[in-house]
Ligand binder design. Sequence first.
Ligand code: SF4
Ligand code: SF4
Length: 213
Amino acid sequence: MKNYYLVDEKRKTPITTWQKILQALKRSIKLELFVGLWVVMREMLKRNNSATIKYPLEKLQLDNRYRAVHRLMRFIESENERCIGCGLCEKICISNCIRMETSLDKDGRKKVNNYSINLGRCIYCGFCAEVCPELAIVHGLEYENAAEQRSYFGYKEDFLTPIDKLKQQVEFEGAGSLRKDADLLVKKTPNYYDAMQNKALEDQDQSSQGEVK
Ligand code: SF4
Ligand code: SF4
């Protein structure tokens, strides 16, 4: 491996224009140049070799974990809003762009009167969806939300699934949803391990009694 360069002390600095042209030609016309040109030509002439798409005529297929504009979900059976107004999403938001107003209804339950997200400030980090204990706020796939103003607010009615479209609301699998194997990852209580141990002992006793008979 060559890790040093020998300085050509005898090389003369070109002075006249002709000498300069000669030096430029000597340096440019080398085989490496044609190798580079061949790579460019080959890639240029390949069919369907584009790394870009013709947006907005063509659109990319997004992964369902893509984090675009939020959606507020409802329970499909009862049509109620999932959000319980706990305020965790508002607290965790690092851009400070979620605002909500809650009140207590006649049963003493929290009711979300107003919910807004300043989509001009949101950085789509997904923390609000991750922290939501009710899976009420999730990230949808709607990313075309350009606005004329920097502070562009989305309100509860913009995010919440409309009642007439509730049948189209599917259990969300994207950012903020539960993993498919979530049940397996739940840490069991100490009582669960005691019960399992007792059951194992009982099974052992029964099998040993069976052997004695
Ligand atoms: S995605 Fe991040 S920045 Fe946007 S509202 Fe949620 S927590 Fe805030
Ligand atoms: S964290 Fe979820 S349940 Fe709590 S206020 Fe936000 S959206 Fe509603």
